[in-house]
Design a protein around this ligand. Sequence first.
Ligand code: DGL
Length: 270
Amino acid sequence: MKVPECNKSIGIFDSGVGGLTVMKEVMRELPAEDIIYLGDTARVPYGARSPETVTKYSLECARFILSKGIKLLIVACNTSSSVSLGRISEEVPVPVVGVVNPGARAAAFMTEHKNIAVIGTETTIRSGSYEKAIKAIDGSINVTGIACPLFVPLVEEGWVEGEITTLVVRKYLAPLREGSFDALVLGCTHYPMIKDIISSVAAIPLIDSAVETAKEARRILLEKGLLREGNTGPSRKFFVTDSPDKFARTGMGFLGSGISNITKIELGGN
Ligand code: DGL
């Protein structure tokens, strides 16, 4: 029997566990939707890789998740969204939502001094994706990008509070002291996990791309008549390219609830 379009799942992929911060927000915003999540845990991190490699991996993720029959694809990884969204959208026949544009849009509306800061992985910041997206809305806004490569390993190590992470955050965010910034965009899946520390150091409003992306997903589903309602037992399926046990253990903190129904798969050449 053919599944009605609106009863299909939302697909979400990320380089690993980090995208669960996006899934958490999607579950909050769209509680009746079935969700399929893919974490490319065997090849994480994407954040220090070249745009070509990230795009190759991201397309493999997108193709796999598409094969499960989805109605909307969310690219939860900021690095993939920064360098691969165009290629993914060209290939995938369902609406595709990345995390950069929703975050950038929210930032562009908080511009008293026309000064926005963005933090992300090396590849995200080098791509200038947030800057381009913000400037496309208002070319007079200045965007300062800061790569914070140590945040991902610290969060994955579970060091989401304490002195060491606070010192590292202070060091990376030192440039914020030199300008009147209106807001700081958390341009990486892992950063909401250390939101409290970032907020205490930066002392300016934070924009969480995960929250904005979930709202954007709702808008698109509504507009296309694909929103699912009244499903009281939504399903959550997880696919990973490395150990399901490790994903369940690390992922719990990111998702804020226990994770089961995890299947290990092979992608490309991993
Ligand atoms: N998911 C990545 C991002 O949001 C962070 C982890 C990685 O580098 O793969 O950019």
